[in-house]
Design a protein around this ligand. Structure first.
Ligand code: ADP
Ligand code: ADP
Length: 228
């Protein structure tokens, strides 16, 4: 589902964040991306949803070479990808329900389908009872669950998460993992950059370790492998 060939990313300031990556990720895989701060993890995953373009190399996602995609086609391409951030990025003036419904309203789904899908994903993240609340009325763990509901409401085939548990306590982090495990069990590919050693070592999945912009380790059912 994701293929990178000979991928490099040099930012305009001259920093080479990704320095020659070749990788393949199959549909349905769960992949942790680990490595020290500044290793290039965010840049690596941002290139998967065309948030950053590589300076060199080829990136195929779902059969499409996204390095050649016109900017005007990017929104359509992203409909099949859910993205989850460390800082949630919810819209503060919208309720939980409206935050999740937003993506479906943009693509003009019917109100009946929107309601059904929004309530179904809120149920999956155990937040149906808070549909009318605003993000500021929720705990951090709850806000992250809303952001996951928003990411998956379109039934994307790929979910990309950049340190989704970075701002959460252990209990909330495990709850986020329960949701990811469940959507992965339904066939969704998950790519998750993380510093959470406990989670990576406990819930075993493929581990891609990045250092200095290259992949230094790629193991099925791998270990975290760093002290922090
Ligand atoms: P990680 O996610 O592993 O912390 P990043 O991909 O964020 O790594 O960063 C890799 C390198 O690229 C770092 O040296 C960082 O400072 C640099 N970098 C990241 N984003 C930008 C940017 N937009 N412009 C310039 N340099 C950047
Ligand atoms: P957690 O233990 O998950 O971190 P909190 O202790 O922050 O949760 O919150 C416990 C409950 O109180 C949550 O269900 C949350 O929705 C609710 N809550 C937290 N802050 C507010 C607030 N400012 N207004 C209304 N409800 C809140």
């Amino acid at each position: 589902m994701i293929v990178m060939e000979n991928v490099y990313k040099k930012y305009p300031n001259g920093v080479v964040a990704v320095n020659g990556i070749d990788v393949e990720i199959e549909q349905g895989e769960f992949v942790y991306v680990v490595g020290q701060s500044g290793a290039g993890k965010s840049t690596f995953i941002k290139m998967m949803y065309r948030e950053e373009k590589p300076t060199e190399g080829k990136i195929i996602v779902n059969g499409v070479d996204i390095t050649k995609l016109k900017n005007s086609k990017v929104p359509l391409f992203r409909r099949n990808i859910g993205v989850v951030f460390q800082d949630f990025k919810l819209l503060p003036k919208l309720t939980v329900y409206e935050n999740v419904a937003f993506a479906l309203e943009v693509i003009e789904e019917s109100p009946r389908i929107i309601k059904k899908r929004v309530m179904s994903v809120l149920d999956l993240v155990n937040l149906k009872h808070k549909a009318r609340m605003f993000p500021t009325e929720l705990s951090g763990g709850e806000q992250q669950r809303v952001s996951i509901a928003r990411a998956i409401v379109n039934s994307p085939s790929l979910v990309i998460a950049d340190e989704p548990t970075g701002n959460l306590d252990p209990e909330n982090s495990w709850e986020i993992m329960r949701v990811f495990e469940e959507i992965n069990a339904r066939g969704t590919t998950i790519v998750m950059a993380t510093h959470n050693k406990e989670i990576v070592n406990e819930i075993k999945h493929r581990v891609i370790a990045i250092e200095g912009g290259t992949i230094v380790r790629d193991e099925q059912r791998g270990e975290y492998g760093y002290e922090v």
